[in-house]
Design a protein around this ligand. Sequence first.
Ligand code: GAR
Length: 210
Amino acid sequence: MLKTRIAVFVSGGGTNLQALLDAQAAGKIPSGEIVLVAASNPKAYALERAARAGVKSVVVERCACGSQEAFEDALRRALRESGAEMIILAGFMSILSEAFTAEWPERILNVHPSLIPAFCGKGFYGLHVHEAALTRGVKVTGATVHIVNEIPDGGPIIMQRAVYIEENDTPEILQKRVMEQAEWKILPESVELMCSGKVKIENGRTYCNE
Ligand code: GAR
């Protein structure tokens, strides 16, 4: 069976990348293969994780490139060279333009640390998301994997998982629990679903044909 070639875009610690690498090693992503890790930050620990797993990586820094266009052209080149067919944004903190996302229709996935449409869109990334959830006083939060389109965090949802808030949560404690209980589970599962072609998208909603 031909595997879908996957590029993972990262910016930081790369624990979601690790979840994907571990799932792949455990045979849980039989329909896909991670062929490239692209980091927007040369200090990203995710680069170590890629190296340890023997996956090719590149660093493409927005500021070193000078313009958004040059940044995306460098990403395009790396994608072309790797033969990637699908992109996973796993803690990727740089913005991709509408032109770029339009070139990859229904082929970019993102993991977001809340139950979309809560605490998402512009300014909601990383720890800020958990700060906002705690400030609002919600009792349940979670994570979402969705398809990326031109609307920030607005594409069709593939999977979500809820996580309960606990009384002594800080943003850091909550972030860790959301990762452990939700992100690291639903990201590999969603990637396999997409790579296996089981996800049908209609009118902004996804359906799974098992
Ligand atoms: C994760 O919680 C991910 O959901 C979030 O950043 C963290 C990256 O951690 N992404 C966003 O907020 C995107 N809007 P990681 O580098 O350890 O995977």
